[in-house]
Ligand binder design. Structure first.
Ligand code: PMV
Length: 363
């Protein structure tokens, strides 16, 4: 390779699934298709420095990875095993990995101990940085007369999403926006189990700049890691029905996104969130990942909707925090409702205002 060293930087957001991914096969292949809103404000910014490693004799083999990790400017070894595993999984697709020492400097715009998973934003940002390194190496080598073709934006994004998936499944949905589908489905052209694709159809204006206010009910560590959670779907008594339901919901949400039918959207999204939690309650071992305040918030949202006719709804990840979703034209009223009635249930009154966005950026 012709490059001795360099630096690349990407920012990549988190995402929130509307139809949930829960259950996977080997090599991070999802059991069912999923669709998410890409977020804007909750993101990871990763700077990746790379330096060619020196071989003393030039003959020995390098058979390990060399990298260091800094979180918010401080060396952080806690992430090293995750990144080691990620490097092992992607090495077959990025053959230069062992030839360089990497300095990974990363920061999140949201607090670490917020219960917001940083794996989607973090893994997608790192995957994009690595793709940028690959691109720089190939261009410098000049060995690729196909360079321009190989590094079309589509190829770059697809491969980056493919790599991100190997870091954390849902990370493959963070690169573009505002809506991304992951998992092969006949109703979504170009969809794949291997990477996320930007939702390819026209979306009704009702969904423009859709708002997501994240209520931080429990900022602690996740009670169940998503790896453990996905594995609980193996041999789960309701798994096959759930996978079918998710596929049907992808077809249904396609119609909803086209027509702008917010009432049906609310039903589908809330049902998906509760089904995700129902799967965890009915697995062996079983878990309840909601907290009493999660339920208080859900009941308040339902009461508010009944009283006002608002189209606000909730969704949940595999934890106790609540994502409050609502159309842009309700921003003022729903925020007032959140401040008056829901913030009391948040840990230290903390919440984060976010909005559907366009995905990762090279900076
Ligand atoms: O990407 P993972 O393995 O952390 O799984 C995430 C799963 C959910 O957040 C619960 C649902 C989803 O589709 O994002």
């Amino acid at each position: 390779v012709n490059i001795e060293s360099g630096t690349v930087t990407w920012s990549s957001p988190s995402n929130i699934a509307l139809v949930k991914y829960w259950g996977k096969r080997k090599h991070q292949i999802p059991e069912n298709p999923s669709i998410s809103f890409t977020l804007s404000n909750c993101k990871t910014i990763t700077k990746l420095g790379f330096t060619k490693r020196e071989l003393s004799t030039g003959l020995e083999m390098i058979d390990d990875f060399s990298f260091e990790v800094f979180l918010d400017g401080k060396q952080n070894d806690a992430f090293k095993p995750k990144i080691q595993t990620f490097f092992e999984r992607v090495e077959a697709y990025l053959p230069f990995l062992k030839a360089f020492h990497f300095k990974i400097e990363t920061e999140n715009t949201f607090p670490h101990s917020s219960g917001i998973a940083s794996s989607a934003s973090g893994m997608s940002a790192l995957a994009l940085c690595l793709m940028d390194v690959e691109k720089a190496l190939m261009e410098a080598d000049g060995a690729f007369s196909m360079t321009e073709k190989s590094f079309s934006e589509v190829f770059f994004n697809q491969k980056a999403s493919f790599l991100a998936r190997l870091g954390s499944g849902s990370a493959c949905r963070s690169l573009e926006g505002p809506l991304v589908v992951w998992g092969e489905h006949e109703a979504v052209e170009g969809s794949s189990d291997l990477f996320g694709v930007k939702y390819p159809y026209k979306v009704h204006d009702n969904f423009k700049n859709y708002q997501d206010t994240i209520l931080l009910v429990d900022k602690g560590e996740k009670q169940v890691s998503s790896t453990v959670g996905h594995n609980l779907m193996h041999g789960h008594p309701f798994a096959q029905e759930r996978f079918k339901q998710a596929a049907n919901n992808i077809s249904e949400i396609k119609t909803i996104l086209e027509t702008g039918d917010l009432d049906t959207f609310v039903k589908l999204v809330e049902s998906e969130a509760l089904t995700l939690h129902a799967m965890m309650m009915t697995s062996m071992p079983y878990f309840i990942l909601m907290k009493p305040n999660t339920l208080e918030i859900i009941n308040k949202i339902w009461a508010y909707r009944n009283e006002t006719g608002s189209k606000v709804c909730f969704t949940l990840d595999a934890g106790a925090n609540v994502h409050v979703l609502y159309p842009e034209n309700e921003t003022e009223t729903v925020l007032k409702f959140i401040k008056n009635e829901l913030v009391a249930y948040c840990q230290n009154g903390h919440y984060i205002c976010d909005v559907a966005g366009l995905g990762a950026e090279n900076i």
